[in-house]
Design a binder for this molecule. Structure first.
Ligand code: PMP
Length: 300
Protein backbone atom coordinates (compact mmCIF):
# COMPACT_ATOMS: atom_id res chain seq x y z
CA UNK A 1 0.00 0.00 0.00
CA UNK A 2 1.41 3.43 -0.97
CA UNK A 3 2.13 5.60 2.04
CA UNK A 4 0.77 9.09 1.52
CA UNK A 5 2.27 10.47 4.70
CA UNK A 6 4.74 9.70 7.44
CA UNK A 7 5.36 10.87 11.01
CA UNK A 8 6.73 14.19 9.77
CA UNK A 9 4.11 15.07 7.17
CA UNK A 10 2.42 18.45 7.63
CA UNK A 11 -0.97 19.34 6.21
CA UNK A 12 -3.14 22.43 6.19
CA UNK A 13 -6.58 22.35 7.72
CA UNK A 14 -8.87 25.38 8.18
CA UNK A 15 -6.01 27.86 8.40
CA UNK A 16 -3.67 25.76 10.57
CA UNK A 17 -0.62 23.71 9.67
CA UNK A 18 -0.61 20.48 11.58
CA UNK A 19 0.90 17.01 11.62
CA UNK A 20 -0.94 14.54 9.38
CA UNK A 21 -0.68 11.71 11.88
CA UNK A 22 -2.42 13.62 14.66
CA UNK A 23 -5.02 15.52 12.59
CA UNK A 24 -8.55 14.20 13.13
CA UNK A 25 -11.94 14.37 11.51
CA UNK A 26 -15.46 13.73 12.78
CA UNK A 27 -16.78 10.26 11.98
CA UNK A 28 -20.30 11.68 11.79
CA UNK A 29 -19.35 14.01 8.92
CA UNK A 30 -21.81 14.40 6.06
CA UNK A 31 -18.98 14.02 3.55
CA UNK A 32 -17.85 10.68 4.92
CA UNK A 33 -21.36 9.24 4.93
CA UNK A 34 -22.74 10.63 1.67
CA UNK A 35 -19.69 11.44 -0.44
CA UNK A 36 -20.77 15.08 -0.19
CA UNK A 37 -17.38 16.73 -0.62
CA UNK A 38 -15.37 18.34 -3.38
CA UNK A 39 -11.71 18.02 -4.20
CA UNK A 40 -8.95 19.03 -6.58
CA UNK A 41 -5.82 17.39 -7.90
CA UNK A 42 -2.97 19.78 -8.67
CA UNK A 43 0.70 19.28 -9.51
CA UNK A 44 3.78 21.25 -8.54
CA UNK A 45 6.85 21.04 -10.75
CA UNK A 46 10.44 22.15 -10.41
CA UNK A 47 10.68 24.36 -13.47
CA UNK A 48 13.61 24.81 -15.84
CA UNK A 49 14.98 27.72 -13.80
CA UNK A 50 14.88 25.72 -10.57
CA UNK A 51 11.75 27.28 -9.04
CA UNK A 52 8.90 25.22 -7.62
CA UNK A 53 5.71 26.23 -9.45
CA UNK A 54 2.16 24.96 -9.03
CA UNK A 55 0.75 24.46 -12.52
CA UNK A 56 -2.47 26.42 -13.15
CA UNK A 57 -3.08 26.88 -9.41
CA UNK A 58 -5.70 29.60 -9.97
CA UNK A 59 -7.65 27.46 -12.45
CA UNK A 60 -7.73 24.57 -9.98
CA UNK A 61 -8.91 26.69 -7.05
CA UNK A 62 -11.49 28.43 -9.23
CA UNK A 63 -12.79 24.97 -10.16
CA UNK A 64 -12.79 23.92 -6.49
CA UNK A 65 -14.96 26.93 -5.69
CA UNK A 66 -17.28 26.34 -8.65
CA UNK A 67 -17.54 22.62 -7.78
CA UNK A 68 -18.71 23.59 -4.27
CA UNK A 69 -21.15 26.19 -5.57
CA UNK A 70 -22.69 23.67 -7.98
CA UNK A 71 -23.54 21.28 -5.15
CA UNK A 72 -24.31 23.94 -2.51
CA UNK A 73 -21.30 23.44 -0.25
CA UNK A 74 -20.43 26.83 1.33
CA UNK A 75 -17.07 28.15 0.15
CA UNK A 76 -15.84 30.86 2.48
CA UNK A 77 -12.18 30.60 1.54
CA UNK A 78 -9.89 33.01 -0.19
CA UNK A 79 -8.29 31.31 -3.18
CA UNK A 80 -5.13 33.42 -3.09
CA UNK A 81 -4.60 32.47 0.55
CA UNK A 82 -5.20 28.80 -0.33
CA UNK A 83 -2.61 28.93 -3.12
CA UNK A 84 -0.13 30.45 -0.65
CA UNK A 85 -1.02 27.62 1.76
CA UNK A 86 -0.20 25.06 -0.95
CA UNK A 87 3.28 26.54 -1.39
CA UNK A 88 3.76 26.54 2.37
CA UNK A 89 2.69 22.87 2.62
CA UNK A 90 5.25 22.01 -0.07
CA UNK A 91 7.94 23.96 1.72
CA UNK A 92 7.15 22.51 5.16
CA UNK A 93 7.34 19.00 3.70
CA UNK A 94 10.51 19.71 1.69
CA UNK A 95 8.67 18.82 -1.51
CA UNK A 96 9.48 20.13 -4.95
CA UNK A 97 7.55 17.95 -7.38
CA UNK A 98 4.33 16.83 -5.74
CA UNK A 99 0.65 16.18 -6.16
CA UNK A 100 -1.49 18.53 -4.09
CA UNK A 101 -4.94 17.53 -2.89
CA UNK A 102 -7.33 20.21 -1.57
CA UNK A 103 -10.53 18.72 -0.15
CA UNK A 104 -13.59 20.65 1.00
CA UNK A 105 -15.64 18.56 3.40
CA UNK A 106 -18.67 19.10 5.58
CA UNK A 107 -19.29 18.79 9.33
CA UNK A 108 -21.55 16.24 11.05
CA UNK A 109 -25.05 16.14 9.58
CA UNK A 110 -27.05 13.01 8.87
CA UNK A 111 -29.81 14.80 7.00
CA UNK A 112 -29.86 15.21 3.26
CA UNK A 113 -29.90 19.00 3.51
CA UNK A 114 -27.15 21.07 1.91
CA UNK A 115 -24.31 21.92 4.29
CA UNK A 116 -24.20 25.25 6.06
CA UNK A 117 -20.48 25.04 6.85
CA UNK A 118 -17.42 23.44 5.35
CA UNK A 119 -13.80 22.65 6.13
CA UNK A 120 -10.76 22.74 3.92
CA UNK A 121 -7.85 20.33 3.95
CA UNK A 122 -4.75 20.64 1.79
CA UNK A 123 -2.32 17.76 1.74
CA UNK A 124 0.42 16.77 -0.70
CA UNK A 125 2.42 13.69 -1.56
CA UNK A 126 5.04 12.67 -4.07
CA UNK A 127 3.36 10.86 -6.92
CA UNK A 128 4.79 9.65 -10.20
CA UNK A 129 2.69 9.58 -13.38
CA UNK A 130 -0.66 8.23 -12.13
CA UNK A 131 -1.20 5.80 -15.01
CA UNK A 132 2.50 5.01 -15.40
CA UNK A 133 4.73 5.82 -18.37
CA UNK A 134 3.88 2.84 -20.58
CA UNK A 135 1.22 2.96 -23.29
CA UNK A 136 -2.09 1.83 -21.85
CA UNK A 137 -4.23 -1.16 -22.79
CA UNK A 138 -7.71 0.24 -22.37
CA UNK A 139 -11.15 -1.38 -22.41
CA UNK A 140 -14.54 0.10 -23.12
CA UNK A 141 -16.21 0.06 -19.72
CA UNK A 142 -19.52 -1.58 -19.05
CA UNK A 143 -20.17 1.43 -16.77
CA UNK A 144 -21.41 4.72 -18.21
CA UNK A 145 -20.37 8.12 -16.86
CA UNK A 146 -23.03 9.61 -14.58
CA UNK A 147 -25.91 11.18 -16.41
CA UNK A 148 -25.69 15.02 -16.25
CA UNK A 149 -29.42 15.04 -15.53
CA UNK A 150 -28.73 13.07 -12.35
CA UNK A 151 -25.76 15.04 -11.10
CA UNK A 152 -23.72 18.25 -11.54
CA UNK A 153 -21.06 16.35 -13.42
CA UNK A 154 -18.86 19.42 -13.85
CA UNK A 155 -18.44 19.47 -10.09
CA UNK A 156 -15.40 17.46 -9.04
CA UNK A 157 -17.39 15.87 -6.25
CA UNK A 158 -16.09 13.01 -4.15
CA UNK A 159 -19.21 10.83 -4.52
CA UNK A 160 -18.85 10.79 -8.32
CA UNK A 161 -15.61 8.90 -7.97
CA UNK A 162 -17.33 5.67 -6.97
CA UNK A 163 -18.25 5.44 -10.66
CA UNK A 164 -14.54 5.88 -11.52
CA UNK A 165 -13.48 3.25 -9.00
CA UNK A 166 -15.97 0.74 -10.41
CA UNK A 167 -14.79 1.32 -13.99
CA UNK A 168 -11.08 1.13 -13.12
CA UNK A 169 -11.60 -1.96 -11.01
CA UNK A 170 -13.50 -3.71 -13.79
CA UNK A 171 -10.72 -2.90 -16.31
CA UNK A 172 -8.00 -4.21 -13.99
CA UNK A 173 -9.98 -7.36 -13.20
CA UNK A 174 -10.21 -8.05 -16.92
CA UNK A 175 -6.44 -7.61 -17.40
CA UNK A 176 -6.48 -4.06 -18.84
CA UNK A 177 -4.66 -1.01 -17.52
CA UNK A 178 -7.57 1.41 -17.58
CA UNK A 179 -11.20 1.95 -18.59
CA UNK A 180 -12.84 4.27 -21.09
CA UNK A 181 -16.43 5.23 -20.30
CA UNK A 182 -19.26 6.24 -22.60
CA UNK A 183 -21.90 8.85 -21.86
CA UNK A 184 -25.59 8.04 -21.49
CA UNK A 185 -26.08 8.42 -25.26
CA UNK A 186 -23.34 5.92 -26.13
CA UNK A 187 -20.70 8.48 -27.16
CA UNK A 188 -17.17 8.32 -25.80
CA UNK A 189 -16.94 10.46 -22.65
CA UNK A 190 -13.71 10.08 -20.64
CA UNK A 191 -11.56 7.83 -18.50
CA UNK A 192 -12.18 7.35 -14.77
CA UNK A 193 -9.75 10.20 -14.01
CA UNK A 194 -8.68 11.67 -17.35
CA UNK A 195 -10.01 13.14 -20.60
CA UNK A 196 -9.60 11.41 -23.97
CA UNK A 197 -8.23 12.69 -27.29
CA UNK A 198 -7.51 10.99 -30.63
CA UNK A 199 -5.69 11.74 -33.87
CA UNK A 200 -7.04 11.11 -37.35
CA UNK A 201 -5.71 12.48 -40.66
CA UNK A 202 -3.56 15.18 -39.09
CA UNK A 203 -6.30 16.43 -36.77
CA UNK A 204 -6.98 16.02 -33.05
CA UNK A 205 -10.45 15.31 -31.65
CA UNK A 206 -11.89 15.33 -28.14
CA UNK A 207 -15.45 15.17 -26.76
CA UNK A 208 -17.05 18.58 -26.08
CA UNK A 209 -17.97 19.79 -22.59
CA UNK A 210 -21.41 18.67 -21.47
CA UNK A 211 -21.09 15.04 -20.46
CA UNK A 212 -17.50 15.15 -19.13
CA UNK A 213 -15.37 16.83 -16.51
CA UNK A 214 -13.74 19.47 -18.73
CA UNK A 215 -10.22 19.03 -17.41
CA UNK A 216 -7.60 21.68 -16.88
CA UNK A 217 -5.08 19.46 -18.68
CA UNK A 218 -7.58 19.12 -21.54
CA UNK A 219 -7.70 22.92 -21.76
CA UNK A 220 -3.89 23.01 -21.81
CA UNK A 221 -3.75 20.42 -24.62
CA UNK A 222 -6.26 22.52 -26.60
CA UNK A 223 -4.07 25.62 -26.05
CA UNK A 224 -1.00 23.66 -27.18
CA UNK A 225 -2.78 22.53 -30.36
CA UNK A 226 -3.56 26.16 -31.15
CA UNK A 227 0.02 27.24 -30.49
CA UNK A 228 1.50 24.39 -32.53
CA UNK A 229 -0.99 24.82 -35.40
CA UNK A 230 -2.44 21.36 -34.90
CA UNK A 231 -6.10 21.39 -36.02
CA UNK A 232 -8.44 20.42 -33.22
CA UNK A 233 -12.16 19.72 -33.10
CA UNK A 234 -14.41 19.11 -30.12
CA UNK A 235 -17.08 16.66 -31.21
CA UNK A 236 -19.04 13.63 -30.10
CA UNK A 237 -17.74 10.32 -31.41
CA UNK A 238 -18.35 6.62 -30.93
CA UNK A 239 -16.07 3.75 -29.94
CA UNK A 240 -16.19 2.54 -33.58
CA UNK A 241 -14.82 5.90 -34.75
CA UNK A 242 -12.16 5.91 -32.05
CA UNK A 243 -11.00 2.48 -33.17
CA UNK A 244 -10.21 3.97 -36.60
CA UNK A 245 -7.87 6.54 -34.99
CA UNK A 246 -4.13 6.78 -35.62
CA UNK A 247 -3.44 7.41 -31.96
CA UNK A 248 -5.33 8.15 -28.77
CA UNK A 249 -4.29 9.51 -25.41
CA UNK A 250 -5.61 10.30 -21.97
CA UNK A 251 -4.76 13.53 -20.19
CA UNK A 252 -5.24 14.73 -16.65
CA UNK A 253 -3.29 16.41 -13.89
CA UNK A 254 -2.28 13.14 -12.25
CA UNK A 255 -1.85 11.16 -15.50
CA UNK A 256 -0.36 14.08 -17.53
CA UNK A 257 -0.46 13.01 -21.23
CA UNK A 258 -0.30 9.25 -21.71
CA UNK A 259 -0.82 7.33 -24.94
CA UNK A 260 -3.08 4.34 -25.47
CA UNK A 261 -1.53 1.14 -26.75
CA UNK A 262 -4.88 -0.39 -27.67
CA UNK A 263 -8.61 -0.21 -27.15
CA UNK A 264 -10.39 -3.51 -26.46
CA UNK A 265 -7.27 -5.27 -27.73
CA UNK A 266 -7.14 -3.37 -31.03
CA UNK A 267 -4.09 -1.17 -31.63
CA UNK A 268 -4.06 2.24 -33.29
CA UNK A 269 -2.93 3.15 -36.82
CA UNK A 270 0.42 4.81 -36.01
CA UNK A 271 3.32 4.00 -33.74
CA UNK A 272 3.05 6.35 -30.75
CA UNK A 273 6.53 7.74 -31.47
CA UNK A 274 5.27 9.15 -34.80
CA UNK A 275 1.95 10.48 -33.55
CA UNK A 276 0.69 13.96 -32.77
CA UNK A 277 -0.09 12.52 -29.35
CA UNK A 278 3.62 12.16 -28.69
CA UNK A 279 4.24 15.75 -29.88
CA UNK A 280 1.54 16.96 -27.47
CA UNK A 281 2.92 14.79 -24.66
CA UNK A 282 6.32 16.44 -25.05
CA UNK A 283 4.81 19.90 -25.45
CA UNK A 284 2.81 19.38 -22.24
CA UNK A 285 5.89 18.33 -20.30
CA UNK A 286 7.73 21.38 -21.62
CA UNK A 287 4.80 23.63 -20.63
CA UNK A 288 4.62 22.46 -17.02
CA UNK A 289 8.41 22.72 -16.68
CA UNK A 290 8.35 26.17 -18.34
CA UNK A 291 10.74 25.03 -21.05
CA UNK A 292 10.49 26.18 -24.63
CA UNK A 293 9.23 23.65 -27.15
CA UNK A 294 9.53 23.55 -30.90
CA UNK A 295 7.46 21.08 -32.81
CA UNK A 296 9.88 20.97 -35.77
CA UNK A 297 12.73 19.96 -33.49
CA UNK A 298 10.61 17.05 -32.25
CA UNK A 299 9.72 15.79 -35.69
CA UNK A 300 13.27 16.04 -37.04
N1 PMP B 1 -12.06 13.52 -16.04
C1 PMP B 1 -12.16 13.01 -14.80
C2 PMP B 1 -13.32 12.13 -14.47
C3 PMP B 1 -11.18 13.30 -13.83
O1 PMP B 1 -11.26 12.79 -12.60
C4 PMP B 1 -10.09 14.12 -14.18
C5 PMP B 1 -9.03 14.43 -13.16
N2 PMP B 1 -9.36 15.57 -12.42
C6 PMP B 1 -10.04 14.63 -15.48
C7 PMP B 1 -11.04 14.31 -16.38
C8 PMP B 1 -8.92 15.54 -15.89
O2 PMP B 1 -9.01 16.77 -15.23
P1 PMP B 1 -7.74 17.67 -14.95
O3 PMP B 1 -7.00 17.76 -16.23
O4 PMP B 1 -8.32 18.97 -14.54
O5 PMP B 1 -6.94 17.01 -13.90
Amino acid sequence: MYSYYNDNTILYINGEYTKANTATTDLFGQSLHYGYAVFEGIRAYKTANGEVKIFKAKEHFDRLQRSCELIHIPYKFDNEALIAACYKVLEMNNMEEAYIRPLVFCPPNMTLKAASESNILICAWEWGAYLGEKLLRVMTSSYERPNPKAFKIESKSAGLYVNSILASQEAKEKGYDEALLLDMNGYVAEGPGANIFFEKDGKIYTPPAGNILPGITRATVIELCQELNIPLEEKLFTIAELKEAECAFFCGTAAEVIGLDSLDGQSFGKPWAQSLGKVLQQAYKARVLEKSFQREAQLA
